[in-house]
Design a protein around this ligand. Sequence first.
Ligand SMILES: [Zn+2]
Length: 572
Amino acid sequence: MTRAIQFAADQYRLPQDEVVVKSHHTDTNTGLTHVYLRQLHHGEEISNANMNVNIGPDGSILSYGSIFLNAPSGQHPITDTETSSEAELGFISAEVNPLDAVYTVLTHLGHPPKANRGGSSFLGNASTTRDRNFGNKPGSDRLAGPSPSHVFHRIPGTLGETQALRTHIISPSGDLEAVWEISVRTPNDWVNGHVSRRTGQLIALVSWKSHATYHVFPLGYGSPLAGTRSRLHDNQFEKAINETRGNNVYAQADVAGDGNWAAKKRPSGGGNRVFDFPVDLAKHPTGYQDAAVVNLFYWTNMAHDDNNFDKGGKRSDAMIAMAQSGDKTNNSSFYCPPDGVHPMMKIDPYTRTNPKRDGDFDSDLIIHEYSHGVTTRLTGGADNSNCLAVGEAKGLGEGWSDFFALLFKLKASDTRFTNYPIGAYASGSSEGIRSKLYSTSDEMNPHRYSYLNYPAWWEEHLAGEVWATMLYEVLWNVVEAAGFESNLNQVASVKGNVLMFKYILGGLKIQPCAPTFLTARDALVQAEEAIDGGKYRCAIWRGFAKRGLGTRATNALGIRINSYAVPSGCDI
Ligand SMILES: [Zn+2]
């Protein structure tokens, strides 16, 4: 920890007390320790100044990624509206009121509070807690930030607490701007907005919601298309108490779409925990609501177990899983706030078929959404939910989610010539919901790195297809070299699909906040090096190179150039 702080301070010529550890984690698979840091300015966090330092078992620093600013005394210009003398005196009354900042964010989201703006008048029955200190426990390795905060309760049109933190943000021009960092949840979104304390302008807005608006839809192997339902005497249900509620997941239907999970009635399995409910797929989904909730509970618990060889998350915060969510159709979404707050998954009914189909029976959608939580929390550390929110990083997030859905449904009889859709059941189409099937065939799926140069491919699900296609190529190279494991939960297995799972989880922790295709590729290569010492290095590079992300691939000012080159010694 101290080593990482020292390293960051040296690199950027900062005093050590202007660097804090947001979270840290030692990975038992790779043996690497990951320390996630944030830069301070006058003792307040710079929200997007993140640095991750990867430290080897011998204490050496293997790699790091950062968007820290050099010390203000250095060459980097910093403009700041708040002089240090003002801050020291606490004389900052000229700044924008935090409630006005909340108002600005809500207005941008299309939820302007109805009452008059101005000071606290729009708050209605809201109450406030002033200047609460968050998480900065003295002597606890300086985890989390020191920013004082305002907490508002019951603001009309919001759910739960609304927080305002006094932070800074690096603007696109590289200047430092003093902001209110607002975290607010509405019925349809959950956002982290940055409003200038100087001008009141909204500078940045990140949604903690990942969603897939499925154009068509899939069928996974965990769907009615895969055959009849089996009555599972599975240990997943031993985790249920006597309803679909356990340590990891609370599952319930939300036909009203109001998100009020705590008040919903959950299906009961009785004292013997038999969760066996009838399904008649000829009916409207509400006709088999309990069975849908049980299926969702089963799959989310299974996904949780299979991610258990990763211990990235640090606090207990069960996921809220909403089946048959009534606020939308043909959609699934995942809300991922920082670790310690319940994440929420919503799965909707799908209307492309008659009768409608229930996404809760399509394991592709469930694994896809669940994986958003995994990738968001592991990238940039568990205390930062903003690292896969924009640009290529957002596309990578969609790509991993599709890839994990593929990894879960792979069978021992599959080969590199097996093609897979995503979401075939819910969509009612064997093509699934993506533009192409996942395939190692160039004719079936020609996706290349350079596709990201086209504005249409900036849409995150399309960018995600490119990434997941690359990972599918890498997967088959590794599986052909190392074999296939039928039980993905076999942590000790050295078969290719389990290794690929470990490499990806390792890479998520190695890569910087806001990764790109290039840095995510490099992190995966580093994870393999840490786990298997380069044994499958060439298998990985050949997979990426086939799709244009070879060793000489570049992205100069948004112009991506394909490379089909592999490191020397990796040519076939
Ligand atoms: Zn998604």
